[in-house]
Design a protein around this ligand. Structure first.
Ligand code: 5AD
Ligand code: SF4
Length: 470
């Protein structure tokens, strides 16, 4: 028997890349590859790159510089190390990578991971291989389903891709170019994946996609199903106790999604709903296709459906033409909404996007200063949200042992990590925890005393409402 070949994947960027990395591992397993944590003993290193913001390609080239040293070292010991660049930088700059970095054997765009074995074979026979076309065959259908062992190793919570790509064309964003047009997987395939995951001990599913609530997959009844309909179907799968989805666009929040939040206890009351800016002028220049008032109406609809719902968001500061007044409008929106957390970024021009040609750039000093002001506001909201949990009893899904001996760590409905001293038996269960204190972003608490199922339920409903009230 040939010894297994070792595969090291380094992923940058979004959840979709984390998921894609797992699927690359699954696709290469039948070729005899097993994962290794170390670059130095790898036979194949894959850089799974992200192109969304600043300096993405420079990072890739400097990483490739380090890998050249590792590859030379392996060759000195008579071992061949192959290097592949995957992800959105591969998609956007594949030809240039081939030209500039002779160390690279394979360049593969996100649409073609199911072709990895053939590309590696082609690189072996022809020297190098590049595939960044959007192939006509169906990537979702060809990617190997994860094996039970692999699923068990991944634990209690798992991502499932339901759609990929985006048709929104926000003027700052590369996603429509690197990930292509929006494509949704059929409901039956997603249900199969979730059934298999549930069978292997997964308890929480996060449906992912670049614009996940644009989901419009073919249903088993031959009709097109929305994300809300899909969530209703998945909530009925035994073993699945929590559902989440990410990332959403405010324009694509339809009534079925609101209803899902009203009706499904498994659907977590925590929604990532990026708004990017609180100024109508900037939203128009970004081609977001909604106003600030539209966004606030969407938030209100969610809140009416489920009182304990909380939100996170993404913001960009320093978009071309953003004035102090526009920026102050963003701060005002954050204050009005009150987020449980949010990500904020300095605008970075992406080659090939319409905003990259806009002339009225904001100075680096203004961008820095605005980022600090926005992050201070968001941080204060996040700490207030976390502090409000202290003293409450909240539901935690336990996932794994913590670094501190004897502790088990899980997450609340709002993705806050929560630690308790307990036996490993509680992994995979949702249990009420009384929160005693907060250490940075982690909650520390004790399992609430066992009570009968009915009173646990009413107790939990009550406690989750208390969080919102705070
Ligand atoms: N510059 C800065 N931030 C960006 N994002 C996307 N493109 C850019 C860009 N060109 C941010 C948006 C998006 C998140 C994933 O990354 O806020 O929601
Ligand atoms: Fe990019 Fe999101 Fe806009 Fe699509 S909706 S173009 S992924 S920012």
């Amino acid at each position: 028997m040939t010894p297994p070949r070792k595969l090291h994947i380094k992923s940058y960027g979004c959840q979709m890349n984390v998921y894609d990395a797992q699927r690359m591992v699954d696709t290469l397993a039948p070729e005899g590859f097993v994962e290794t944590a170390s670059v130095d003993d790898a036979d194949l290193v894959i850089l799974n790159t992200c192109h969304i913001r600043e300096k993405a390609s420079e990072k890739v080239y400097s990483e490739l510089g380090r890998l050249r040293v590792a590859k030379d070292e392996a060759a000195r010991h008579g071992r061949q190390m192959s290097i592949a660049v995957a992800g959105c930088v591969a998609q956007a700059e594949g030809d240039e990578i081939i030209r500039r970095a002779p160390v690279v054997d394979v360049v593969v765009g996100p649409q073609s991971y199911h072709h990895l074995p053939q590309l590696l074979a082609r690189a072996k026979s022809h020297g190098r291989a590049l595939e960044t076309e959007f192939p006509v065959d169906d990537k979702f259908g060809f990617l190997a389903p994860p094996k039970p062992d692999a699923i068990r190793a991944r634990g209690i919570s798992s991502f499932v891709t339901v759609q990929e790509g985006c048709d929104k064309f926000c003027t700052f964003c590369v996603v429509p170019y690197t990930r292509g047009a929006e494509v949704s997987r059929p409901v039956a395939r997603i249900v199969d994946d979730v059934l298999r995951l549930a069978d292997n001990g997964v308890r929480e599913i996060t449906l992912i996609g670049q614009n996940v609530n644009a989901y419009h997959g073919e249903g088993p009844d031959g009709r097109i199903w929305s994300l809300g309909a899909l969530l209703h179907r998945l909530a009925g799968i035994p073993g699945i106790v929590r559902l989440r989805y990410s990332t959403s666009h405010p324009r694509d929040v339809d009534e079925t999604l609101i209803e899902a939040h009203r009706d499904l206890t498994a659907l977590m009351p925590f929604v990532h709903l990026p708004v990017q800016s609180g100024s109508d002028r900037i939203l128009a220049a970004m081609n977001r296709r909604h106003s600030v008032a539209d966004y606030r109406r969407v938030i209100d609809r969610f809140r009416d459906a489920r009182q304990d719902i909380a939100f996170s968001s993404d913001f960009i500061v320093g978009f071309p033409g953003e004035t102090e007044e526009d920026f102050v409008a963003t701060l005002a929106l954050v204050t009005q909404i009150g987020y449980a957390g949010a990500y904020s970024f300095k605008y970075s021009p992406r080659p090939g996007t319409p905003a990259a040609d806009m002339q009225e750039t904001v100075s680096a000093a203004d961008m820095d200063e605005r980022l600090v002001r926005l992050q201070e506001l968001i941080d204060s909201q996040q700490s207030a949200f976390n502090v409000a949990t202290i003293g409450n009893t909240v539901n935690v899904l336990f996932e794994r042992t913590a670094r501190n001996p004897g502790q088990i760590v899980g997450r609340t409905a709002y993705l806050q990590p929560a630690h308790v001293m307990a036996s490993t038996d509680i992994i995979g269960q949702v249990l009420p925890v009384t929160i005693a204190s907060l250490e940075r972003y982690s909650l520390l608490g004790e399992l609430a005393p066992a009570v009968d199922a009915q009173s646990v339920f009413s107790h939990l409903t009550h406690s989750s409402q208390m969080i919102t009230g705070a």
